[in-house]
Design a protein around this ligand. Sequence first.
Ligand SMILES: C[S@@+](CC[C@H](N)C(=O)[O-])C[C@H]1O[C@@H](n2cnc3c(N)ncnc32)[C@H](O)[C@@H]1O
Length: 411
Amino acid sequence: MLTIISRLLWRSKSTRPSHITPVLAGNLAVYLKSHGSEQSSMAARSVLLEVTPRNFITKASPMWPRPRPIALRKYKYPDTNSHIASRLGFRFLHITRPPSRTQGDNGDMSETHRPGWAKPLDPSLYAPDEEEKGFMKTTTGIQDDEELKAHILAVQSKAFGFYKYPCIRMFEFMRLKIARLPAYPQFIELGKQREGAIFLDMGCCFGNDVRKAVLDGWPIQGAIASDLSKDLWDLGHELFRSTPETFPVPFLKGDILDTSFLSLAPVLPTSTSPPAPAPPLDEVTSLNQLHGKLSAIYAAAFFHLFKFDGQEHVARLFAGLLSPLPGSMIFGVQGGRAVKGEWRPAEGTRMNCHSPESWKELWEGIFAEAGAKVEVKARLRKEIGGLSMFGTYPENTEHYHVLEWSVTRVE
Ligand SMILES: C[S@@+](CC[C@H](N)C(=O)[O-])C[C@H]1O[C@@H](n2cnc3c(N)ncnc32)[C@H](O)[C@@H]1O
């Protein structure tokens, strides 16, 4: 480990430290003392790093001229390492193997499979209320109830063949999730009021929520959707009987943890000066082209696919995408708990759940680092589906709750 670490940080290409002294402190803490050749007082600097067994920096604090805590908490991702190193005036050299996506051990990645998710589909769970049915009828053009049901069941079954997300099995895609969030009216108003506003639906699956937003008035030319899976987006066209021509919202396939797709960018301080215009959305190929340009970012049933560290990393990625204009917002919904911790509905299934308080603290902290203020609203709601969540987790003993939240830039 020490060999790897000693290759970790250099002052910069041109001022490579002449000596690096690694000192093992405790199990995983490593001190690197760099004696740079530069005259400047910043040249010689000690850095305390805490590194996980998988070689991710979890904490870094400059120790010279005097120990100075910096507002950096737990980190795990290589891209974050670079960010921390550059804030400390160092250049980060790659030390990690990339997080692996191994089935059964999702490591640091988002969860896309769990053995417990492979429950048989159950058509009796198809029970849309009038508003949900109305949405599906408007979008698909199918007016007959039985025909609509058969169509939806057929597409659901195809999608479940790709990914066994409980949300697909439970028909979450027709529950008008976005529209039932407290922040929805504020979001729709933002789209109507702000010229050129751009909205991203991250982890969009079929694209049901972005379709609802467009139907309710978010300008279609200012909407974009992204997901790991293009198959699900394509099935969305089948589900809603549209084509890329009739529903021309651009779709970006990508893994949010892939830095060539989305890397950390500095969080912009809040400002009333609009950012430079974004490239035309149909020409955008990666989310990196939208740093600081998005007026609204939405993520449903997304954050809880990551562990706590991953959630913070994703939150930082989102914060880097957000427009500096006051009123710009990030919002969503995912598994939550009254007390931050793991929800364990079945053997081997754990969901890292924030509480309203810890979620608020996380976002305020991220924006405070850039001197920006945000108003964070978060509340818990008991989810439908009973203790077993529509039979997904028959042995579950703790009712599933969701955290409904929004983060809005304020002046
Ligand atoms: C549980 S589904 C939620 C879908 C939809 N937002 C909803 O609320 O119904 C999670 C979605 O996130 C996508 N996803 C999972 N991991 C991802 C990643 N690392 N990067 C981008 N998308 C990811 C999945 O493909 C899936 O469509």
